[in-house]
Design a protein around this ligand. Structure first.
Ligand code: ASP
Length: 331
């Protein structure tokens, strides 16, 4: 008898586990109400291809994701992935913060085995729910040998994405996940997993951001740039104890002059300031050397929410801007 690959499904909630009284209700439903066994039972034939079991980690709408759940997931995953019998792990997750959980795990897991996050845009009770096929695809990706060493992956809508590059781009469409400029890694077509590229950025086993002995992350706030900005929120962030600030700048990480004065004051007090961008695409580079002279770090292509995660993890190791800049250039 051939043994089937062993896959663990860790369920956290989200629309994939969402339910509504009406099958035509696509937006007004309760996320995270259905248990993992029910999700697996909606996927026809799954037991024939994998030895699969589920575990409920949380039952939340992912807009309420917490770092406690991230730590729980990361510790659980590192233990599971160290087990020789486990081929890979699938995580069911709400789409709102899926990219953040995926990138966090991409930086802290120390295994090259496949870890695949999957969600849905339509609740499980909806006509044409996208969850069951997405989940089947996730399992197929998790058992595919080409997925080994690709870092943490996200799948939705027949696409395979790298945790680092993918972002949610649409409030309700099933094709909401995109790696707008850097591109998808591959497809699942008619059940077949096909890769076309790999990320060149370091992840999982090549990242040195150990979680051992850490129970919480340093406070890092995101400040969104806009016309007519004042310094109130930046000063409030510093006063409340922030160790880092991500400035979601305009264009190429440009800073409003009122915000600039406050950020320079923050940096003088030892707060690490990272220039990211609200533009959604492109690399943040040096445009005004004065910002580099004030030790502002550039986010490379990381969007503000992912830059926040890297900075928080980086601050567990160092508060030297040049060391943190190196991480932003490599991870
Ligand atoms: N609000 C939901 C969540 O993130 C949306 C979804 O899963 O699609 O949990």
């Amino acid at each position: 008898m051939t043994t089937l690959p062993k896959i663990k499904v860790l369920a956290t909630g989200g629309t994939i586990a969402g339910s509504s009284a009406s099958s035509t209700e696509m937006t007004g439903y309760q996320a995270g109400t259905l248990g993992v066994d029910l999700l697996l039972s909606a996927v026809p034939g799954i037991q024939k291809i994998v030895d699969i079991s589920g575990e409920q980690i949380s039952e939340i709408d992912s807009c309420n994701m917490t770092e406690e759940i991230w730590f729980k997931l990361a510790n659980k995953l590192n233990a599971l992935l160290a087990d020789d019998e486990i081929t890979g792990v699938v995580i069911t997750h709400g789409t709102d913060t899926m990219e953040e959980t995926a990138y966090f795990l991409n930086l802290v897991l120390n295994s090259s085995k496949p870890v695949v996050l999957v969600g849905a845009m339509r609740p499980a009770t909806a006509i044409s729910a996208d969850g069951p096929l997405n989940l089947l695809n996730a399992v197929k990706i998790a058992i595919h040998p080409d997925s080994i060493g690709q870092g943490v992956l996200v799948t939705m809508n027949d696409e395979i994405h790298s945790a680092r590059d993918v972002t949610k781009t649409n409030t309700f469409m099933v094709n909401t996940f995109k790696a707008t400029e850097l591109g998808i890694l591959g497809y699942i077509i008619n059940g077949e997993v096909k890769y076309y590229r790999a990320t060149t950025r370091k992840h999982t086993t090549n990242v040195d951001l150990p979680l051992e002995h850490i129970t919480e992350l340093p406070q890092v706030e995101i400040i969104y740039a806009h016309a007519n900005q004042n310094r109130i929120l930046i000063d409030a962030a510093v006063e409340s104890g922030a160790k880092g600030i991500i400035y979601a700048g305009m264009g190429n990480g440009s800073i409003h002059c009122n915000a600039e004065a406050a950020l320079i004051d923050a940096a003088k007090q030892g707060v690490i300031v990272v220039r990211s961008s609200r533009a959604g695409n492109g690399v943040v580079v040096t445009t005004n050397p004065f910002w580099d002279e004030n030790n502002f770090v550039k986010s490379d292509t990381l969007n503000p929410q992912k830059a926040r995660i890297l900075l928080a993890l980086a601050l567990t190791q160092t508060n030297k801007p040049e060391e943190i800049q190196k991480m932003f250039s490599e991870y």
